[in-house]
Design a binder for this molecule. Structure first.
Ligand code: ARG
Length: 366
């Protein structure tokens, strides 16, 4: 792992510290004092430690800068858990489980990030191997894939590490964490920490009979967070779901749970011809079912029309604050009825602005 040169860290650090003081209204004097402190720390150690306030600000602004995210109106309400300095596996798993409990909050989901030790001067890093803290296993069987096809490679890794699932379509995968060059460690997630929602439809009883469910909280755990030249390689974060993520992708994609043919069948739609628009009709009802189920269970979720309106408000808010909104149009438009939202009719520049979340290399052979 290539660690940034001191001069590069200093440059990024200075930009960030200046931004922090500009946005949080600190005095010029305070800014200069802090800058001096940070730059001399980098001189002596090659790195520096963010204050809790800087860390919180950085994580929130990285959300504000997430070009693919339609939910950015709420960037400033992110709860930041400081888990830097935790060293042992037991402590790390404990912090992960704490995050799950706090964020889930019985269904009133709280946008939360837990930030672990940043990448060190030697390149040593903490990595969570899971893509999300909760995800369903995928098993290759002679009869085809059971569970989530997106999890097949990681499920195999978990089994090699000694984990065994029941083989159901909804086995929650264990958490796998690696510290530096130590062996990866894994723990099963305590079931009481995994809130799930059985999917049913207000008018179509056949949907409930499919026995499909989804977990309540999407907690991305494989992305990095870069703030002021410091790279946090383990920083799991969550918001709440937009219904299309589940109803139009996870349950509908032919490479995922592939439920459209089943839903069409129980709606008595003819799947023989494309012109009946059976896929579209099935998609809409599946999305209605996801919203109905989460709402009935009191679990936070947003529909794509409301999310798009919130994003337009976010754009206005940013403009009023004198900031440029960047975005990735292809990700911002919802996969259901995109042209029925205002976002579709606007354009965005996909420039990377820091602080930022980013992808990182897959830590296991896949
Ligand atoms: N699309 C991913 C999923 O379906 C989750 C990505 C993050 N989503 C969110 N609403 N914060 O699991």
């Amino acid at each position: 792992m290539q660690v940034q040169k001191d001069s590069q860290v200093s440059k990024e650090a200075e930009l960030f510290i200046r931004q922090y003081y500009a946005e949080s209204g600190g005095s010029e004097n305070e800014l200069l004092l802090r800058l001096q402190e940070v730059l001399s720390e980098i001189d002596h150690t090659g790195s520096y430690k963010h204050t809790l306030e800087e860390l919180t600000f950085g994580a929130r602004v990285a959300w504000r800068n997430s070009n693919k995210c339609i939910g950015r109106l709420f960037w400033n309400s992110l709860t930041v858990m400081d888990a830097r300095g935790l060293k042992t596996e037991d402590e790390l798993f404990e912090a992960v489980f704490n995050h799950m409990r706090y964020a889930t909050n019985g269904g009133r989901i709280r946008p939360t990030i837990t930030i672990f030790e940043p990448v060190g001067q030697s390149g040593a890093q903490v990595r969570i191997w899971n893509h999300q803290l909760v995800r369903y296993a995928g098993y290759e069987t002679p009869e085809g894939i059971v569970g989530d096809p997106a999890s097949v490679a990681f499920t195999r890794v978990c089994m090699e590490l000694g984990w065994a699932g029941e083989g159901s379509p909804h086995d929650v995968l264990p958490i796998v964490i690696q510290c530096g060059d130590r062996q990866p460690a894994w723990r099963a997630v305590p079931p009481e920490l995994v809130l799930e929602v059985p999917i049913r439809h207000p008018e179509l009883p056949g949907i409930a009979e499919m026995g499909v469910k989804w977990y309540a909280v999407p907690m991305i755990s494989d992305m990095s967070l870069e703030i002021g030249g410091i790279l946090y390689s383990a920083a799991p974060f969550n918001g709440w779901y937009m219904e299309t993520e589940i109803g139009a992708r996870n349950l509908a994609d032919s490479g995922r749970y592939n439920l459209l043919p089943k839903v069409a069948e129980l709606m008595n739609l003819s799947t023989q011809s494309n012109v009946t628009l059976w896929k579209d009709k099935a998609l809409v009802e599946l999305n209605v079912a996801v919203l109905h189920s989460f709402k009935s269970d009191g679990v936070s979720i947003v529909d794509h029309h409301t999310a798009a309106e919130q994003f337009i408000r976010f754009e206005q808010q940013e403009q009023d604050a004198g900031r440029q909104v960047t975005g990735n149009w292809a990700w911002l438009i919802p996969p259901v009825s995109p042209a029925a939202t205002e976002i579709f009719h606007r354009s965005y520049t996909n420039d990377i602005v820091k602080p930022a979340y980013d992808y990182q290399r897959c830590p296991f052979h896949s």
